[in-house]
Design a protein around this ligand. Structure first.
Ligand code: ADP
Ligand code: MG
Ligand code: ZN
Length: 492
């Protein structure tokens, strides 16, 4: 069914509001797995990155990976979520072939972090989405289905994850996407996660319900599992909201269930039976001690948190007077933002920052996108900017030099020399040219000295022509003026 079937009930349709809460799982960029020393890398030969601990062999004992804890705490601090100095690991029991132990080590009653918020932009305003908790857990393995056969790859079993659970504060598919993007930006910026949705290292379950506007009580929710792109999250939620309203308007009840999104048909469908009736029989993990964090551990992590993209954007606008658009382009990629800031440090006030931003956005990023090649060293790129800003070469030559820098990695000054692009700025060279031009244009020179000032431009033009556009126009002006004054005073 579709909302168009309810032409008579348009008012009804609009009298509903959506309520959305997201559960995000994000893999952590640790070297090793969460409870064993197997390497944490993607894409290796199936079942080659395993050991007795992550295979769940009897008698093998888990050990907490401190780096995993550090990254989880870093994420919590960056997301304004409270840190719990004491937390516990728990066993979440269920049976599935990708889970060799028969339980997943997770955190339940006492997570490492709880109560916070993430600020998102929605219609130009800021909205805080409350976060209920952030906890540490391990990933399961992977099932691969080929024809009628299923295979198990346990390389991913034991990979460190954080799960971040929002309160049901999100009110539209668009807001859901803003929340996810902001969250992912932060985790990627701080090297906590690679944020790769296609490879499944950043994934999201969306809980959705609808209710009459103004109602206090939450409606019954459906949970959509593991949607693997921002676009599909938006579409899946959008579809699910309409579906639930349809159900209610046709006199039915939404039932609490887990659904899967089919991106080909753009629909959500109930997941097959048994997988829903969960009773995980959580209990405290007897093989691991409580996780106790001391104040110094937390404050060291706090110090390692650099400025986040959102704050950077705001600062660029305020401190550097950049436009919102430019600030956004420059902060999208952490490496570019750092590159830009390195250049500003090198610059130390010499060139207007707006100009540097233009160089990075319109010249460097543009050239990198259009052509193959590597980003130049900060010093080299800044020297190129100086060459142009100081009129040693003109802007056009600057572009030629940049292309060459990307392709060869050579220094700008070497390229300028090689290609003979320098503007002629040395006074002797310009003077010689001027004398030559005077000699060839005796009549015009007399007229100019005689007071026909308009001819000044003609002489500038002739000098530029003779140097094939490479003379520094400012220098030409200066020197030409000096000579003509001399002539007027009767010198030569
Ligand atoms: P569970 O552990 O069974 O998944 P939780 O109570 O932890 O359930 O909630 C999981 C997610 O569902 C949270 O993000 C929460 O905000 C969201 N949620 C809970 N109730 C609703 C509801 N009625 N409508 C939409 N989202 C909801
Ligand atoms: Mg859930
Ligand atoms: Zn292992």
């Amino acid at each position: 069914m579709n909302k168009n079937n309810y032409n008579d009930a348009q008012d009804d349709l609009h009298s509903f509001e959506a309520v959305i809460g997201l559960e995000v799982h994000s893999q952590l960029l640790t070297k090793t797995k969460m409870f064993c020393s197997c390497q944490n890398i993607f894409g290796k030969e199936p079942n080659s990155m395993v050991c007795p601990v992550c295979l769940g062999l009897p008698g093998a004992l888990p050990v907490i990976n401190l780096e995993g804890v550090r990254l989880a705490v870093k994420a919590a601090l960056a997301l304004n979520i409270g840190i719990n100095k004491k937390s516990l690991f728990a066993r979440k029991n269920y049976f599935y072939p990708d889970l060799p132990k028969g339980y997943q080590i997770s955190q339940y009653l006492d997570p490492v972090s709880s109560n916070g918020y993430l600020a998102i932009e929605t219609d130009g305003a800021e909205k805080r989405i409350r976060i209920n908790r952030l906890h540490i857990e391990e990933d399961a393995g992977k099932l691969i289905h080929i024809g009628n056969e299923s295979y198990v790859d346990l390389n991913r079993a034991g990979t460190p994850l954080i799960e971040i659970v929002s309160e049901p504060d999100i009110s539209s598919p668009k807001e859901a996407v803003s929340y996810l993007k902001e969250l992912r930006d932060i985790l990627v910026y701080l090297d906590i996660s690679d944020g790769n949705m296609e490879e499944g290292s950043f994934r999201c379950d969306a809980n959705i319900s609808v209710r009459r506007k103004g109602a206090q009580k939450l409606g019954t929710r459906a949970e959509i599992k593991n949607v693997n792109s921002f676009k599909f999250v938006e579409k899946a939620i959008d579809y699910e909201i309409d579906r639930q309203i349809d159900v209610i308007l046709s006199g039915g009840n939404v039932i609490q269930e887990t659904r899967l999104y089919d991106s080909k048909e753009n629909v959500t469908r109930p997941m097959r039976g048994k997988e829903e009736a969960h009773d995980y029989r959580y209990f405290e993990e007897p093989d691991l001690p409580p996780l106790i964090l001391d104040a110094e551990f937390i404050s060291d992590i706090k110090k390692s948190i650099t400025e986040l993209p959102h704050a950077k954007r705001k600062r660029y606008i305020k401190e550097y007077s950049l436009t919102e658009k430019d600030s956004e382009v420059l902060t999208q990629d952490k490496n570019i933002a750092h590159y830009f800031e390195d250049i500003i440090r090198l610059n130390n006030g010499r060139v207007e920052i707006k100009k540097i931003a233009n160089w990075v956005i319109n010249d460097l990023l543009f050239a990198l996108k259009a052509k193959e090649g590597n980003i130049p060293k900060q010093e080299d790129f800044f020297n190129l900017i100086l060459e142009v800003e100081n009129s040693n070469i003109n802007k056009n030559a600057g572009k030629i030099v940049l292309t060459e820098m990307l392709l060869t990695g050579k220094k700008p000054n070497d390229i300028i020399k090689e290609k003979n692009l320098a503007q002629v700025s040395d006074e002797k060279g310009i003077e010689d040219t001027i004398k030559q031009v005077f000699k060839e244009n005796q009549k015009e020179l007399e007229d100019l000295i005689g007071g026909k000032d308009k001819l000044f431009g003609f002489f500038v033009g002739e000098v530029m022509k003779k140097t094939r556009g490479k003379a520094n126009p400012q220098k030409v002006n200066e020197i030409l003026k000096k000579h003509i004054e001399n002539y007027k005073k009767g010198g030569n």
